[in-house]
Design a protein around this ligand. Sequence first.
Ligand SMILES: Cc1ncc(COP(=O)(O)O)c(C=O)c1O
Length: 395
Amino acid sequence: MKKETFIDNYYRERHNSDSLKWDALSERFGQADLLPLWVADSDFSTDQHVKEALITRIEHGIFGYSKTPKDYVTAYQGWLDRHEQTQVKEEWLRFSTGVVQALYDLIACFTQESDQILIQPPVYYPFYHAIEDQNRQLIQAPLVNKDEHYYMDFNALEALFTTKEIKLFILCSPHNPVGRVWRKEELHRLFSLCKAYNVLVISDEIHSDLILTNRPFVSALTVAKELEFEQLIVCNAPSKTFNFAGLLNAHMWFPNVQLREAFDHWASTHRQTELSVLGQVAAKTAYTKSDEWLATFLEIVRENEQYIRNELTAAFPDIAISPLEGTYLMWINLADVLNGEAVKTLVQEKAKLAIDFGEWFAKEYDTYIRINLATKPELIHQAIRQLIAAIKGER
Ligand SMILES: Cc1ncc(COP(=O)(O)O)c(C=O)c1O
């Protein structure tokens, strides 16, 4: 499909649709007159095939307790095979209403109060909340930032594994907000360490379909299998990929039978939620029919990314923008263009943009912003014009 056709068919005006991104600006930013490029959902409607399947299901009119649609996993296995050559087995799968809910549940199930849990800042802020809200101890192995290229610090990781008692490590793969898609060699090295020090890993792979380079995504499942590393749970979901986070359907994969049984036991006494009928109908359809929709969506994301990179570097040659390998979230350091101003003053009050502030992901990243690219180019152009004018003192 052509990008222009995609934009005509799928872009939606979202004001007054109870959208968190568009309709909660006053509550979240204290200002309603902002162009929203923050929370990670998209301004494009999900694929027509998905809508048709949902409409057919809705016409039925009964939304009682349900079971997972027949061939759901086959549909997902087909998708994984086409997109990333990951092998999963049906019996490994458990559902959740969301990946964040899954993180809370897995922490509750597999750790005790005061246990040490490791993350790699700057990272998706609910990782901090899921650990601290449940009175676990937060341990940090910050990513190394070399001129806005981000790497894991394996020596620091090994030092922490040796000196601390890390029970659980939460990996973000691809990494939000820095946009890294971890290479196979990096995951190999990481899981070799986790295996040696017997650390349980949760790999949050919610952005795994949002890959912007030619290098395919490598799942933790693939690397763990090669290393015979058993202490792994993978979380992923169709929600970012196809833009239906509100349908509340996410996956947890437990290749290891002991972990799976331990979770089932915990869930039987702590978690009595039902499946999302509409979420599962939508996902099954998307996994079989939405390859083209996703390919065109990613082309638009790439174009938006390139536009921002070109415009900002033309206007301010020193500006530091990370390469974006995956996710539709762009990570930009404004340090060299702030001229003593606070990011909030410049970006929110002057440029009138609602973005994710870098300090939400790690305190020291307070000169950074994260821009959501999942919208039509026209809005990205408007946002960048406003940002450049604000930096130049013209607004
Ligand atoms: C890394 C990561 N995990 C989880 C989520 C949210 O997942 P859910 O809506 O399924 O809770 C996001 C959303 O941006 C994310 O970036």
